[in-house]
Design a protein around this ligand. Structure first.
Ligand code: C2E
Ligand code: CA
Ligand code: CA
Length: 732
C-alpha cells in the first residue's frame, strides 16, 4: 500500500512553508523514513474520510488484524477499535465515539481492537491512538489523520496493577480500598434518589484458632473457600469485599427489607459454618454478621459503618454464629456491657452469684430425677442478670474458669443434701473444658462435698470438640474414669455431628429449646427432628431430656415422640435452693405439669413506650406484649373494636393495625402484616419509613434525632379534636 496519498495529506500543512526546490528529494526521503517507521511498528499511521471510514492504515498495523487490508479500508473506524469500559484511566466522559462525533483532537487514547478483528479472541490487542481532525479551506471536515501504537503489554500490566490495587489477591474479592470507594459513591448517589443501601460486616469466629493450629496455608485456603461460598450465596445482589484478616463486608444496594436481609445473613451463617475439608481434615469455623441499612441507621458512610460494626460486635458477644441488625438499643446495651465488664470482676468476691435449680422430671410419673444448676448474678443496682448475658463476658475476660469452678463446688455442696436418686447437672463452658486442670477441679468438688460421682452430670456443648483434640480426648477419658455423667447440651443447634456422639462417652442428649419452640407450628420440621434425636439416642443407649417445654400442646407432642424426661416451665422454672428443700422435704419430689394449653410463639412481655396514631393524633401508650401478629398496649380509653391504628414502634417502624379487643385502657391489636425476627430474639418491621419521607413531610434531614424517627406529620396538635382519651401513664 502506497504511503503517498496519505503522506500528501499529512504533509500538506507543512508543505506550505517548505522550500520548493528540493521537494522531490525531500518527499522521497520522507516516504522512506515513514515507511521505515511504519514497518518498525514504532508508530503506525491511519486516516479516515469525512464519514470516519478508514482510508489508510499502515500495512504492518493491518498485520496484527485478522483481516486483509483491503477489507479494512472503507470500514468505519469504530468497527476496528473501541473503548475499553474497564480502562482504569479512561476519562469516562470522553469516550472515542464522543470525541469522533465532536471532531475533537484525540490525545493518547487507549482503545482495544474489536473482537471480530482479532486472530485469537483470548489475546486482546490494545492500541494507543493520537489523531487530529482535518478541515479543508472552507472549514469542512475531511476526516482524521492519526497514528497508533501497540501498547498491549504496558496496558495489561496497568490494568492488572489497578486490579491488584482494588482486589484482594488471595480471594479475588474487592479490597477495603475498593469497598470504601464503592460505598461512598453509592451512598452519595442514593442520597439524591432516596434509595436505600444495606451493608453487612462479617467476621469469622475461631479463624485464629485454625490459623494457629493448622498453619497459615490452611488459613489461606479456608479464607478462599469462605469467599467462594459467600459469592455463591450473594450472587449479583451485592458486592463482597475482604477488608483484611478474617473480616468481610457486603454492600447490598436497594435492599431495605429486613426480612430478606435476615434470611440472607442467616444463610451465610449456615453455609459458612459447614465444615471445610482442608489438608485431609475438617476445619470448622463460624461467622458473625452485623447489618445496618442506609438511610435508617446512618446516612453518611462512616456513620453506617459504625452502626454495622456495633451490630457485628453485638452478634459476636451474644454467642457468635449469629446476625444482628443495628438498633439504638444496641448502642445503649454496649454502654451497659462496658459497665458490666467492670463489675463482673468483683461479682464472685462480693458474693453476688447464686445458683438456681431447675427440675428435670420423668414424664411417666412426674418424679423429679434431677436438677440443672443455672447461674444468676444478683447485681446490686441492675437486679438479676441472665447467664446468657454474663457468661460470654466471663469467657472473654478469662473469668469463666473461676465462675465455673465456683458453680461446680456449690452445686455439689447443695446436692449432697438431696435424696440419692436425685442428680445434679452443671453447665461447663468449652473454655473450662479445654483447661488441663479441669478433671482435677471436678475431682476436688466431688471429694470435698462427698457427692457420689454418678450423681454429678456435666453439660457440655459441641463447642468442646473445637479445642485441641488430644486434650479433649484425655479429659473425656479421665472424667469417665471418675464416674461422672456427661450430657451433650443444646444438641441440634451447632454442627451436630454424629461422630461426636460416637467418639465421646455421653450418657445423655439434651434436645434444645429452639426445636420445642417451633415443634407445634405446622410448617416446621422440628417435631421430626425431636423424634429423630430421641430415636438416635435410644439406639445409642443414651437418655434424652427435652428442654424448654412450656405448654401442653408441646408437652403432648414431645411425649408422642417418645420423650421420657422433660425440663421446662410446664413443670417448673429454676428454683432457689430453699424452695426445693422445702418442697422436697426428705421424701420423693413430684410435680404435676401445669401451663397454658397452647404455646404462643414469640409472644413476649415487654414494657415499652410507643406511639399509637389515629387520624392526625399521636397518643403515648405503653406496650405490654408483642408477637409477630399483634400487640397489647395501655394508654387510651374508648377505642372501638375495628378501629384502624398505626403503631409507631420507633426508628421509622410503623405498623398498620386494627383493634381486636378494647377494655378500658387496654387495647389489643392485630397487625396488617406480621413482624419479623430482628436476629436478636426480638421483632421488627420488615420495612421502615425513611428519614427522607419524614423530611418530605416537613422535617429537615439534619434535624432528625439520631435513630428515632417519630412520625413528623402526626403530632398531637391536629385540626380535629382527638377522638380518644389519653390516660396518663405511670412513671416506669
Ligand atoms: P442452657 O444450658 O440451655 O439452660 C437452659 C436454659 O433454658 C436456662 O436459661 C433455663 O432457665 C431455660 N429454660 C428452661 N426451661 C424453659 C422453658 O420452658 N421456657 C423458657 N423460656 N426457658 C426455659 P438460663 O438459666 O437463662 O441459662 C441460659 C444459659 O446460660 C444456659 O443455657 C447455659 O448455657 C448458660 N449457663 C447457665 N448457668 C451456667 C453455668 O453455671 N456455667 C456455664 N458455663 N453456663 C451457664
Ligand atoms: Ca444446660
Ligand atoms: Ca440447653
Amino acid at each position: 500500500m502506497a504511503v503517498k496519498g496519505i503522506l500528501r495529506a499529512i504533509s500538506s500543512n507543512a508543505s506550505h512553508d517548505a522550500s520548493p526546490a528540493p521537494v522531490q528529494d525531500g518527499l522521497t526521503q520522507r516516504v522512506e523514513i515513514l515507511d521505515d517507521i511504519e514497518r518498525s511498528g514504532i508508530n503506525w499511521l491511519w486516516a479516515t474520510d469525512a464519514e470516519n471510514r478508514l482510508i489508510y492504515l499502515s500495512a504492518s498495523a493491518a498485520d496484527s488484524v485478522d483481516k486483509p487490508i483491503d477489507e479494512l479500508l472503507s470500514l468505519p473506524l469504530t468497527d476496528l477499535i473501541a473503548d475499553d469500559p474497564d480502562n482504569p484511566e479512561q476519562k469516562s466522559d470522553r469516550p472515542l465515539n464522543f470525541q469522533l462525533s465532536k471532531r475533537s483532537k484525540i490525545d493518547s487514547l487507549v482503545v482495544g481492537l474489536k473482537p471480530q478483528m482479532l486472530e485469537r479472541q483470548d489475546q486482546p490487542i490494545w492500541w494507543m491512538i493520537n489523531a487530529h481532525p482535518k478541515f479543508d479551506e472552507a472549514g469542512d471536515f475531511q476526516g482524521y489523520r492519526g497514528n497508533a501504537k501497540d501498547v498491549t503489554i504496558e496496558y495489561q500490566r496497568k490494568v492488572e496493577d489497578s486490579r491488584l490495587a482494588q482486589f484482594d489477591s488471595l480471594t479475588g474479592l474487592a479490597n477495603r480500598h475498593r469497598m470504601n470507594h464503592r460505598l461512598n459513591a453509592l451512598l452519595s448517589a442514593f442520597k439524591t434518589t432516596n434509595r436505600s443501601c444495606a451493608i453487612m460486616m462479617l467476621d469469622l469466629d475461631r479463624f485464629k484458632y485454625i490459623n494457629d493450629t493448622m498453619g497459615h496455608l490452611a488459613g489461606d485456603e479456608l479464607l478462599k473457600q469462605v469467599a467462594l461460598r459467600m459469592k455463591k450465596i450473594v450472587g449479583n445482589r451485592g458486592e463482597i469485599g475482604r477488608l483484611g484478616g478474617d473480616e468481610f463486608q457486603i454492600i447490598l444496594p436497594d435492599i431495605d427489607d429486613r426480612g430478606k436481609l435476615g434470611e440472607l445473613a442467616d444463610k451465610i451463617v449456615q453455609i459458612v459454618s459447614q465444615p471445610y475439608p482442608i489438608e485431609g481434615k475438617n476445619a470448622v469455623i463460624g461467622i458473625s454478621v452485623g447489618i445496618a441499612v442506609a438511610p435508617y441507621d446512618g446516612i453518611e458512610q462512616d456513620e453506617l459503618i459504625r452502626s454495622s460494626d456495633l451490630a457485628l460486635y453485638s452478634a459476636k458477644n451474644s454467642g457468635r454464629g449469629q446476625y444482628r441488625f443495628y438498633s439504638v438499643e444496641l448502642k445503649n446495651a454496649e454502654e451497659d456491657r462496658r459497665l458490666m465488664v467492670d463489675n463482673l470482676r468483683d461479682a464472685l468476691v462480693n458474693d453476688q452469684l447464686e445458683l438456681r435449680y431447675q427440675p428435670v422430671v420423668r414424664l411417666e410419673d412426674n418424679l423429679v430425677v434431677g436438677f440443672e444448676a443455672l447461674m444468676r448474678w444478683m447485681h446490686p443496682t441492675r437486679g438479676l442478670i441472665s447467664p446468657d448475658v454474663f457468661i460470654p463476658i466471663a469467657e472473654e475476660l478469662n473469668q469463666i474458669n473461676q465462675l465455673g469452678e465456683w458453680a461446680l463446688r456449690q452445686a455439689c455442696h447443695d446436692a449432697i443434701k438431696w435424696p440419692n436418686s436425685v442428680r445434679i447437672s452443671v453447665n461447663v463452658s468449652a473454655v473450662q473444658f479445654a483447661d488441663r486442670k479441669f478433671p482435677e477441679i471436678v475431682l476436688n468438688a466431688l471429694v470435698q462435698s462427698g457427692l457420689e460421682p454418678d450423681r454429678l452430670e456435666l453439660e457440655l456443648t459441641e463447642s468442646v470438640f473445637l479445642g485441641d483434640s488430644e486434650t479433649t480426648d484425655n479429659t473425656f477419658k479421665i472424667l469417665k474414669d471418675l464416674g461422672v455423667r456427661l450430657a451433650l447440651d443444646d444438641f441440634g443447634t451447632g454442627y451436630s455431628s454424629l461422630s461426636y456422639l460416637q467418639s465421646a462417652p455421653f450418657d445423655k442428649i439434651k434436645v434444645d429449646k429452639s426445636f420445642v419452640d417451633s415443634c407445634t407450628q405446622e410448617d416446621e420440621n422440628s417435631a421430626k427432628i425431636i423424634a429423630a434425636i430421641i430415636g438416635l439416642s435410644d439406639a445409642l443407649g443414651m437418655e434424652t431430656t427435652v428442654e424448654g417445654v412450656e405448654a401442653f400442646d408441646q408437652f403432648n407432642l414431645v411425649r408422642s415422640k417418645g420423650a421420657k424426661y422433660i425440663q421446662g416451665w410446664i413443670y417448673s422454672k429454676a428454683l432457689k435452693l430453699e424452695q426445693i428443700e422445702k418442697k422436697m422435704g426428705s421424701g420423693e419430689f413430684k410435680i404435676a405439669p401445669d401451663g397454658p394449653e397452647l404455646h404462643r410463639p414469640d409472644r413476649r412481655t415487654v414494657f415499652r413506650r410507643i406511639g399509637a396514631i389515629h387520624e392526625d393524633h399521636r397518643y403515648d401508650v405503653v406496650m405490654r406484649d408483642l408477637s409477630k401478629t399483634g400487640a397489647r398496649f395501655e394508654g387510651i380509653i374508648g377505642v372501638p373494636v375495628g378501629t384502624n391504628l398505626v403503631l409507631d414502634l420507633g426508628e421509622g417502624q410503623l405498623v398498620v393495625s386494627s383493634v381486636i379487643r378494647s377494655q378500658e385502657s387496654t387495647i389489643a391489636v392485630q397487625f396488617e402484616t406480621p413482624l419479623i425476627s430482628d436476629g436478636a430474639g426480638g421483632l421488627c418491621t420488615r420495612h421502615r419509613i425513611s428519614p427522607y419521607e419524614l423530611a418530605a413531610a416537613g422535617m429537615p434531614l439534619a434535624a432528625l434525632p439520631k435513630g428515632r424517627y417519630p412520625l413528623a406529620n402526626a403530632a398531637s396538635s391536629g385540626k380535629n379534636p382527638p377522638q380518644f382519651t389519653q390516660v396518663s401513664l405511670g412513671k416506669n
